[in-house]
Design a binder for this molecule. Structure first.
Ligand code: NAI
Length: 281
Protein backbone atom coordinates (compact mmCIF):
# COMPACT_ATOMS: atom_id res chain seq x y z
CA UNK A 1 0.00 0.00 0.00
CA UNK A 2 1.29 3.44 -0.96
CA UNK A 3 2.10 5.74 1.96
CA UNK A 4 3.05 8.90 0.11
CA UNK A 5 -0.03 11.09 -0.19
CA UNK A 6 -2.13 8.74 1.97
CA UNK A 7 -4.46 9.86 4.74
CA UNK A 8 -3.81 7.81 7.87
CA UNK A 9 -5.53 7.51 11.24
CA UNK A 10 -3.60 6.16 14.24
CA UNK A 11 -5.45 5.40 17.47
CA UNK A 12 -3.49 5.69 20.68
CA UNK A 13 -1.34 8.08 18.65
CA UNK A 14 -0.57 10.46 21.52
CA UNK A 15 2.09 8.21 23.02
CA UNK A 16 4.49 5.36 22.48
CA UNK A 17 4.17 3.07 19.48
CA UNK A 18 1.20 4.96 17.99
CA UNK A 19 3.15 8.19 18.05
CA UNK A 20 6.18 6.43 16.54
CA UNK A 21 4.08 5.01 13.71
CA UNK A 22 2.50 8.43 13.11
CA UNK A 23 5.92 10.10 12.95
CA UNK A 24 7.19 7.57 10.45
CA UNK A 25 4.04 7.80 8.29
CA UNK A 26 4.52 11.58 8.20
CA UNK A 27 8.22 11.16 7.32
CA UNK A 28 7.13 9.01 4.37
CA UNK A 29 4.65 11.59 3.09
CA UNK A 30 1.29 10.69 4.67
CA UNK A 31 -1.17 13.10 6.27
CA UNK A 32 -1.86 11.72 9.73
CA UNK A 33 -4.62 12.00 12.30
CA UNK A 34 -3.56 10.89 15.75
CA UNK A 35 -6.56 10.01 17.89
CA UNK A 36 -6.43 9.38 21.61
CA UNK A 37 -8.44 9.41 24.82
CA UNK A 38 -5.78 11.69 26.39
CA UNK A 39 -6.66 14.76 24.40
CA UNK A 40 -4.19 17.26 25.89
CA UNK A 41 -1.25 14.89 25.38
CA UNK A 42 -2.54 14.20 21.88
CA UNK A 43 -2.68 17.90 20.95
CA UNK A 44 0.89 18.44 22.17
CA UNK A 45 2.12 15.39 20.26
CA UNK A 46 0.30 16.49 17.10
CA UNK A 47 1.93 19.91 17.26
CA UNK A 48 5.35 18.30 17.75
CA UNK A 49 5.14 15.84 14.86
CA UNK A 50 2.92 17.69 12.41
CA UNK A 51 -0.23 15.59 12.76
CA UNK A 52 -3.87 16.47 13.39
CA UNK A 53 -5.19 15.58 16.87
CA UNK A 54 -8.69 14.18 17.29
CA UNK A 55 -10.33 12.78 20.38
CA UNK A 56 -11.39 9.14 20.52
CA UNK A 57 -12.32 6.59 23.13
CA UNK A 58 -11.93 3.32 21.24
CA UNK A 59 -14.12 1.47 23.74
CA UNK A 60 -17.09 3.35 22.28
CA UNK A 61 -18.37 2.52 18.78
CA UNK A 62 -19.98 5.96 18.56
CA UNK A 63 -16.71 7.68 19.40
CA UNK A 64 -14.83 5.74 16.70
CA UNK A 65 -17.59 6.55 14.19
CA UNK A 66 -17.23 10.25 15.08
CA UNK A 67 -13.48 9.94 14.52
CA UNK A 68 -14.09 8.55 11.03
CA UNK A 69 -16.62 11.28 10.25
CA UNK A 70 -14.25 14.02 11.45
CA UNK A 71 -11.39 12.56 9.39
CA UNK A 72 -13.56 12.40 6.24
CA UNK A 73 -14.75 15.94 6.84
CA UNK A 74 -11.17 17.15 7.07
CA UNK A 75 -9.43 15.07 4.36
CA UNK A 76 -12.23 13.61 2.21
CA UNK A 77 -10.95 10.05 2.55
CA UNK A 78 -9.02 7.56 4.68
CA UNK A 79 -6.40 5.19 3.25
CA UNK A 80 -4.55 3.74 6.24
CA UNK A 81 -5.96 2.91 9.68
CA UNK A 82 -3.79 1.84 12.60
CA UNK A 83 -5.85 0.34 15.43
CA UNK A 84 -3.17 0.70 18.06
CA UNK A 85 -4.69 2.11 21.27
CA UNK A 86 -4.12 -0.41 24.01
CA UNK A 87 -3.30 -1.11 27.64
CA UNK A 88 -0.89 -3.56 29.24
CA UNK A 89 -1.32 -3.91 33.02
CA UNK A 90 -0.56 -7.29 34.60
CA UNK A 91 -2.29 -9.72 36.96
CA UNK A 92 -2.27 -13.46 37.35
CA UNK A 93 -5.47 -15.08 36.09
CA UNK A 94 -6.55 -16.02 39.64
CA UNK A 95 -6.39 -12.34 40.62
CA UNK A 96 -8.41 -11.01 37.66
CA UNK A 97 -11.83 -9.56 38.47
CA UNK A 98 -14.65 -9.16 35.97
CA UNK A 99 -13.91 -5.42 35.98
CA UNK A 100 -10.32 -6.20 34.95
CA UNK A 101 -11.52 -8.37 32.09
CA UNK A 102 -13.99 -5.72 31.01
CA UNK A 103 -11.38 -2.94 30.88
CA UNK A 104 -8.84 -5.12 29.04
CA UNK A 105 -11.32 -6.46 26.49
CA UNK A 106 -13.02 -3.07 26.04
CA UNK A 107 -9.80 -1.35 25.01
CA UNK A 108 -7.66 -4.07 23.44
CA UNK A 109 -10.34 -6.08 21.63
CA UNK A 110 -13.47 -3.92 21.28
CA UNK A 111 -11.19 -1.00 20.37
CA UNK A 112 -9.89 -2.95 17.38
CA UNK A 113 -13.36 -4.30 16.53
CA UNK A 114 -14.74 -0.76 16.49
CA UNK A 115 -11.89 0.35 14.26
CA UNK A 116 -12.52 -2.51 11.84
CA UNK A 117 -16.31 -2.21 11.67
CA UNK A 118 -16.10 1.55 11.21
CA UNK A 119 -13.21 1.85 8.77
CA UNK A 120 -13.27 -1.38 6.70
CA UNK A 121 -16.36 -0.29 4.70
CA UNK A 122 -14.69 3.08 4.02
CA UNK A 123 -11.48 1.43 2.82
CA UNK A 124 -13.33 -1.09 0.64
CA UNK A 125 -15.17 1.80 -1.02
CA UNK A 126 -11.94 3.79 -1.40
CA UNK A 127 -10.63 4.15 -4.96
CA UNK A 128 -7.00 3.62 -4.03
CA UNK A 129 -7.75 0.72 -1.66
CA UNK A 130 -6.27 0.87 1.78
CA UNK A 131 -4.55 -0.77 4.71
CA UNK A 132 -5.48 -1.68 8.26
CA UNK A 133 -2.77 -2.28 10.84
CA UNK A 134 -3.89 -3.86 14.10
CA UNK A 135 -1.40 -3.66 16.94
CA UNK A 136 -1.24 -7.01 18.72
CA UNK A 137 1.92 -8.05 20.58
CA UNK A 138 4.48 -10.81 20.69
CA UNK A 139 2.08 -11.99 23.45
CA UNK A 140 -0.19 -13.20 20.60
CA UNK A 141 2.41 -15.90 19.91
CA UNK A 142 3.54 -17.05 23.33
CA UNK A 143 2.49 -17.13 26.96
CA UNK A 144 3.84 -15.22 29.96
CA UNK A 145 2.64 -15.31 33.58
CA UNK A 146 0.65 -12.18 34.42
CA UNK A 147 -0.35 -11.56 30.83
CA UNK A 148 -3.40 -13.86 30.66
CA UNK A 149 -6.01 -11.17 30.05
CA UNK A 150 -3.66 -9.19 27.81
CA UNK A 151 -2.71 -12.23 25.72
CA UNK A 152 -6.34 -13.27 25.41
CA UNK A 153 -7.10 -9.96 23.70
CA UNK A 154 -3.99 -10.09 21.52
CA UNK A 155 -4.68 -13.68 20.38
CA UNK A 156 -8.17 -12.46 19.47
CA UNK A 157 -6.78 -9.52 17.49
CA UNK A 158 -4.49 -11.94 15.67
CA UNK A 159 -7.38 -14.27 14.77
CA UNK A 160 -9.52 -11.38 13.59
CA UNK A 161 -6.76 -9.90 11.45
CA UNK A 162 -5.61 -13.21 9.96
CA UNK A 163 -9.22 -13.97 9.00
CA UNK A 164 -9.50 -10.56 7.35
CA UNK A 165 -6.32 -11.29 5.37
CA UNK A 166 -7.81 -14.51 4.01
CA UNK A 167 -11.21 -12.98 3.24
CA UNK A 168 -9.81 -9.86 1.58
CA UNK A 169 -7.46 -11.97 -0.54
CA UNK A 170 -10.39 -14.20 -1.55
CA UNK A 171 -12.29 -11.13 -2.67
CA UNK A 172 -9.29 -9.82 -4.59
CA UNK A 173 -9.64 -6.67 -2.51
CA UNK A 174 -7.29 -3.68 -2.64
CA UNK A 175 -7.49 -3.54 1.14
CA UNK A 176 -4.60 -5.19 2.98
CA UNK A 177 -3.99 -5.94 6.65
CA UNK A 178 -0.97 -6.10 8.92
CA UNK A 179 -0.62 -7.37 12.48
CA UNK A 180 2.06 -5.49 14.39
CA UNK A 181 3.50 -7.84 17.02
CA UNK A 182 5.92 -5.79 19.11
CA UNK A 183 8.35 -7.13 21.64
CA UNK A 184 9.60 -4.68 24.28
CA UNK A 185 9.25 -1.01 23.24
CA UNK A 186 10.06 1.98 25.49
CA UNK A 187 6.61 3.55 25.93
CA UNK A 188 4.17 4.60 28.63
CA UNK A 189 2.41 1.22 28.65
CA UNK A 190 3.86 0.77 32.16
CA UNK A 191 1.46 3.58 33.22
CA UNK A 192 -1.65 2.17 31.52
CA UNK A 193 -3.76 2.79 34.63
CA UNK A 194 -3.71 6.53 33.91
CA UNK A 195 -6.57 5.75 31.51
CA UNK A 196 -8.43 3.26 33.71
CA UNK A 197 -12.13 4.19 33.88
CA UNK A 198 -13.60 4.78 37.35
CA UNK A 199 -15.66 1.81 38.44
CA UNK A 200 -13.42 -0.72 36.69
CA UNK A 201 -10.86 -1.10 39.49
CA UNK A 202 -9.50 -4.59 40.13
CA UNK A 203 -6.37 -6.68 40.30
CA UNK A 204 -4.62 -5.46 37.15
CA UNK A 205 -1.58 -3.33 38.03
CA UNK A 206 1.04 -1.40 36.14
CA UNK A 207 4.40 -3.12 36.15
CA UNK A 208 7.58 -1.69 34.68
CA UNK A 209 9.09 -4.94 33.42
CA UNK A 210 12.23 -3.13 32.28
CA UNK A 211 13.32 -3.30 35.95
CA UNK A 212 12.13 -6.87 36.52
CA UNK A 213 14.93 -9.48 36.62
CA UNK A 214 12.46 -12.05 35.24
CA UNK A 215 12.49 -10.07 32.00
CA UNK A 216 16.20 -9.18 31.90
CA UNK A 217 18.05 -9.72 28.66
CA UNK A 218 15.27 -8.29 26.52
CA UNK A 219 16.17 -5.88 23.73
CA UNK A 220 14.25 -2.62 24.20
CA UNK A 221 13.57 -0.58 21.09
CA UNK A 222 12.23 2.95 20.57
CA UNK A 223 8.76 3.71 19.21
CA UNK A 224 10.20 5.15 16.00
CA UNK A 225 11.82 1.77 15.29
CA UNK A 226 8.42 0.11 15.67
CA UNK A 227 7.15 2.84 13.33
CA UNK A 228 9.72 1.99 10.67
CA UNK A 229 8.97 -1.73 10.90
CA UNK A 230 5.25 -0.95 10.56
CA UNK A 231 5.57 1.27 7.48
CA UNK A 232 7.79 -1.32 5.80
CA UNK A 233 5.01 -3.90 6.32
CA UNK A 234 2.40 -1.45 4.99
CA UNK A 235 4.48 -0.76 1.87
CA UNK A 236 5.03 -4.47 1.29
CA UNK A 237 1.47 -5.55 2.21
CA UNK A 238 2.94 -7.93 4.75
CA UNK A 239 0.62 -9.68 7.20
CA UNK A 240 3.09 -9.75 10.11
CA UNK A 241 5.26 -6.87 11.26
CA UNK A 242 7.81 -8.44 13.59
CA UNK A 243 9.96 -6.15 15.75
CA UNK A 244 11.88 -8.84 17.65
CA UNK A 245 12.73 -11.84 15.46
CA UNK A 246 14.94 -13.15 18.25
CA UNK A 247 11.80 -13.97 20.27
CA UNK A 248 11.10 -16.89 17.93
CA UNK A 249 12.55 -19.43 20.39
CA UNK A 250 9.67 -19.00 22.85
CA UNK A 251 7.15 -18.81 20.03
CA UNK A 252 8.59 -21.87 18.35
CA UNK A 253 8.51 -23.81 21.64
CA UNK A 254 4.77 -23.20 21.93
CA UNK A 255 4.19 -24.25 18.35
CA UNK A 256 6.35 -27.35 18.82
CA UNK A 257 4.23 -28.35 21.84
CA UNK A 258 1.04 -27.95 19.81
CA UNK A 259 2.55 -29.94 16.96
CA UNK A 260 3.61 -32.70 19.34
CA UNK A 261 0.09 -32.88 20.79
CA UNK A 262 -1.35 -33.29 17.30
CA UNK A 263 1.20 -35.95 16.47
CA UNK A 264 0.60 -38.12 19.53
CA UNK A 265 -3.18 -38.19 19.20
CA UNK A 266 -4.22 -41.03 16.90
CA UNK A 267 -7.19 -40.59 14.62
CA UNK A 268 -10.04 -42.17 16.60
CA UNK A 269 -13.05 -43.77 14.94
CA UNK A 270 -16.25 -41.94 15.99
CA UNK A 271 -17.69 -45.08 17.69
CA UNK A 272 -14.49 -46.05 19.52
CA UNK A 273 -14.20 -46.02 23.29
CA UNK A 274 -12.29 -42.96 24.55
CA UNK A 275 -8.61 -43.76 25.01
CA UNK A 276 -7.01 -42.87 28.34
CA UNK A 277 -4.27 -40.40 27.43
CA UNK A 278 -1.27 -40.52 29.73
CA UNK A 279 -0.09 -37.17 28.38
CA UNK A 280 -3.37 -35.36 29.10
CA UNK A 281 -3.06 -32.76 31.82
P1 NAI B 1 1.32 3.88 25.57
O1 NAI B 1 0.63 3.86 26.88
O2 NAI B 1 2.58 4.66 25.44
O3 NAI B 1 0.32 4.33 24.42
C1 NAI B 1 -1.01 3.86 24.36
C2 NAI B 1 -1.93 5.00 23.96
O4 NAI B 1 -3.28 4.50 23.91
C3 NAI B 1 -1.93 6.14 24.97
O5 NAI B 1 -1.72 7.38 24.34
C4 NAI B 1 -3.30 6.06 25.62
O6 NAI B 1 -3.80 7.32 26.03
C5 NAI B 1 -4.14 5.46 24.50
N1 NAI B 1 -5.37 4.85 24.98
C6 NAI B 1 -5.58 4.06 26.07
N2 NAI B 1 -6.87 3.75 26.20
C7 NAI B 1 -7.52 4.35 25.16
C8 NAI B 1 -8.89 4.41 24.76
N3 NAI B 1 -9.86 3.80 25.46
N4 NAI B 1 -9.20 5.11 23.63
C9 NAI B 1 -8.23 5.76 22.93
N5 NAI B 1 -6.93 5.75 23.28
C10 NAI B 1 -6.57 5.05 24.38
O7 NAI B 1 1.59 2.33 25.23
P2 NAI B 1 2.20 1.61 23.92
O8 NAI B 1 3.19 0.65 24.42
O9 NAI B 1 2.59 2.58 22.90
O10 NAI B 1 0.93 0.77 23.43
C11 NAI B 1 0.42 0.82 22.12
C12 NAI B 1 0.04 -0.57 21.67
O11 NAI B 1 1.22 -1.36 21.58
C13 NAI B 1 -0.91 -1.30 22.61
O12 NAI B 1 -1.90 -1.97 21.83
C14 NAI B 1 0.01 -2.30 23.29
O13 NAI B 1 -0.69 -3.43 23.72
C15 NAI B 1 0.99 -2.61 22.18
N6 NAI B 1 2.25 -3.23 22.60
C16 NAI B 1 3.18 -2.52 23.32
C17 NAI B 1 4.37 -3.13 23.68
C18 NAI B 1 5.43 -2.40 24.44
O14 NAI B 1 6.45 -3.00 24.80
N7 NAI B 1 5.30 -1.14 24.73
C19 NAI B 1 4.67 -4.53 23.32
C20 NAI B 1 3.63 -5.17 22.56
C21 NAI B 1 2.47 -4.52 22.22
Amino acid sequence: TRIEGAVAVVTGGASGIGRGIAEQLIAEGAEVVIADVQHDVCETAAAEIGAVALHVDVTSAKSVESLAAATLERFGRVDIVVNNAGIGPLARVADLTLADWRWMIDVNLWGVVHGVTTFLPLLRANERGGHIVNTASNAMFSINPGLGAYSATKFAVAALTETMAVELAEEGSDVHVTILTPGPVRTNIKASSRNRPAGLEGGLTDVDISHDPAYSGLRWIDPIDAGRITTRAIRGDELYAITHPELWDAVGARHDAIRAAFDRHPVVAPDAEPVADASAR
